[in-house]
Structure formats: C-alpha cells, structure tokens
Design a protein around this ligand. Structure first.
Ligand code: UDP
Ligand code: MG
Length: 313
C-alpha cells in the first residue's frame, strides 16, 4: 500500500483552493477505505509566495483536515521550483509523490491508475493529456509546435505530458542529485531512465480563478525546455556561418562575371563580396565560441553521470 504525498503548487489560488482540497479529501477517503492508499498519506499545498489569502486558507485547511499540510515559500519562485521545493521537503517520509496543479484541471481519476502502476513497479508515472480541448486554441497550437521543436532539438520529453506525475521514493532520491538551477522537470525526469508508465489525463477547465501562467512565465519555461537540454541552437549558428561562407563563394563567381562583362559599378564588387564573407566569418566565430560556452554550460550543471539501479554484493 502506497504512502502518498500529493504536492500541489499554489500561486494566488484563493478562489480554487478550498474546492481542490475538498475534492482531494473525498478521493483520499475513498481510496483509503478501499485499502488502496496508506492512511498516513497527505496533501501538501506549496504556497509559492502568494500575495492573496492562499496561505491563510492552507493554514485553516491544515487545522480542520488531517490530510492537509502546507509548505510556505518566502517568495515567488515559479511553478517548477515550487514543485521541486515540495518534493524535496517531503521525499524522505513517503513512498511516492504525485504533483498536480492546485486548480485540479488534471483528471483525478488517473490517481488510482498511477498508484497501481507504481505498485506494479514503475518509478515514474506520467499523466498524458488525451485531449487539450480545455486549453484555448492559441495555447494548444503553441504547445504542439513547442513539443515538435523540442523533439527536433533532441530534447527527450513525453508528448503532451505536463507536470502531472507520480515519482517514487527512489526517483526522488535520484532527482535530488540534479543540482541545476534552470529547472525543467519534464526534460529532467525522462533523463533518469527509470521504469515508467503513462496514464490518460482528461483535463478540464479551471473551475475558479484565472491562469497564473503569464505569457512571460510560459516563454521562460519554453526557453528552459530547450536551452537546458540542448546545445543544438549554438551549432545552428556555426552551420549558418558555414552556409554564409558558401554563399560568398557563389557571390564571388557572380562578381567576377560582372567585372568581366563590365556591368559592375565601381566599388560594388568589393562591397558585395566582403558583406557575405565577413558575415560568414563572424557567424562562424560566434558559433565556435558558443560551442565552447555550451561545453562549459554542460560542465557547470554537474548532472550525475549515472544513477545506480541496484548492486549485488
Ligand atoms: N504556479 C506557481 N507559481 C507560479 C505560477 C503558477 O506555483 O509562479 C502554480 C499555480 O498556482 C497552479 C500551477 O502552478 O497550481 C499551474 O498554473 P496555472 O493553472 O495557472 O497554469 P495553466 O494551467 O493555465 O497553464
Ligand atoms: Mg491550470
């Protein structure tokens, strides 16, 4: 029987928090009565520096509801860091955690399936959105384009999976070895290479409050999703430089031809050539410098080189 902690990040969620706590409580009651969840399982709300009554509500829920616990962060650190704070704070006391947004847009019906997959041996269980109908069209389209771009950049992430997932005690121990500061959990977790499973997540619309993911927060997440895992953009600059040098070769032929047939105005030939040649060299040089920076970047992240599955002695 799994002793579970739900980790739910909350940033200004006063409108939805009570509803969410009530729904999770009902679910816990049912699962515990069925014998599929350990009675000491808890629901942790992580207050990510909210400026509204969120923490007050968490304190009150904690007093009245024996499942509810709270973690109060001193200031707003963003969704990814708030989840990490919750997971790392509780990881030693539970068999597994499930992270879920405080608005409970994700399908709670997937939780029993996640628990079953965990008991069957999966250390990671991803909730995968089966339909994004609840998302606005623009968000849906940009998300799709982003997943494709990520794939082309060589980032290993699970298609249509956000941060609704179960992680076992062991997965959390391995995750704690990753010391990097530009956190993008969706890329990091597949990197651990643990046995995993997926369950369907039929997302619904927010029942109260508004989205806390501003455009700039979303852009930052998307940029982290690529730049924390891939140095391909740097290589792209390098190859663009080479491409420009190749073009300068074609231009050279064109310029020489123009000089021979006397269609070139004075000064045109040298200008024309140097634009492409110098441009190509500059781009290539930036690319080379970038490749070294990319290597430094990979080194400073100090990611673990391996994670041991088991040792026989
Ligand atoms: N969130 C957070 N810190 C932030 C922004 C958001 O902890 O700086 C939380 C938020 O309270 C919610 C989750 O992250 O529980 C996802 O945010 P939201 O539901 O607003 O995003 P959307 O579903 O619209 O993408
Ligand atoms: Mg949401």
């Amino acid at each position: 029987m799994t002793k579970l902690a739900i980790i739910s990040p909350c940033y200004n969620e006063e409108d939805v928090l009570e509803q969410s706590a009530a729904r999770l409580t009902t679910l816990f009651d049912t699962l515990i009565a069925q014998g599929s969840l350990h009675a000491d399982s808890k629901i942790y709300f992580v207050n990510d520096g909210s400026t509204d009554r969120t923490w007050e509500i968490i304190e009150r829920l904690h007093k009245d509801n024996h499942y509810v616990c709270g973690i109060n962060l001193t200031h707003n650190v963003g969704h990814q860091n708030a989840i990490m704070a919750g997971m790392m704070t509780v990881r030693r006391n539970f068999d597994a955690v499930i992270t879920i947004d405080a608005d409970l847009q994700d399908d709670l019906g997937a939780i029993p399936q996640m628990l079953a997959a965990h008991e069957a041996g999966s250390d990671v269980v991803y909730g995968v959105k089966v339909s994004r109908k609840a998302d606005p069209v623009l968000k849906r389209m940009t998300a799709m384009a982003f997943y494709k771009l990520q794939r082309r950049m060589g980032v290993n992430s699970v298609y249509n999976h956000a941060d609704y997932r179960l992680l076992s005690h062991k997965a959390l121990a391995i995750l704690s070895e990753f010391k990097e500061r530009n956190l993008y959990l969706r890329g990091l977790i597949p990197l651990m290479g643990l046995p995993s499973a997926t369950v369907d997540d039929a997302i619904s619309e927010r029942t109260a409050g508004t989205s806390k993911y501003t455009f700039s927060k979303m852009m930052n997440l998307a940029l982290d999703g690529i730049t924390s895992f891939s140095v391909k953009p740097i290589f792209a600059i390098f190859y663009l430089g080479i491409f420009f040098l190749f073009i300068s070769l074609l231009i050279a032929i064109y310029v020489v031809h123009a000089l021979i047939v006397h269609t070139a105005a004075p000064g045109w030939a040298s200008l024309m050539l140097s634009t492409w040649l110098v441009g190509g060299f500059i781009l290539m040089s930036i690319g080379i410098v970038g490749i070294y920076i990319g290597k430094i970047y990979n080194e400073v992240k100090q990611r673990p080189l391996y994670s041991v599955e088991s040792v026989l002695e």
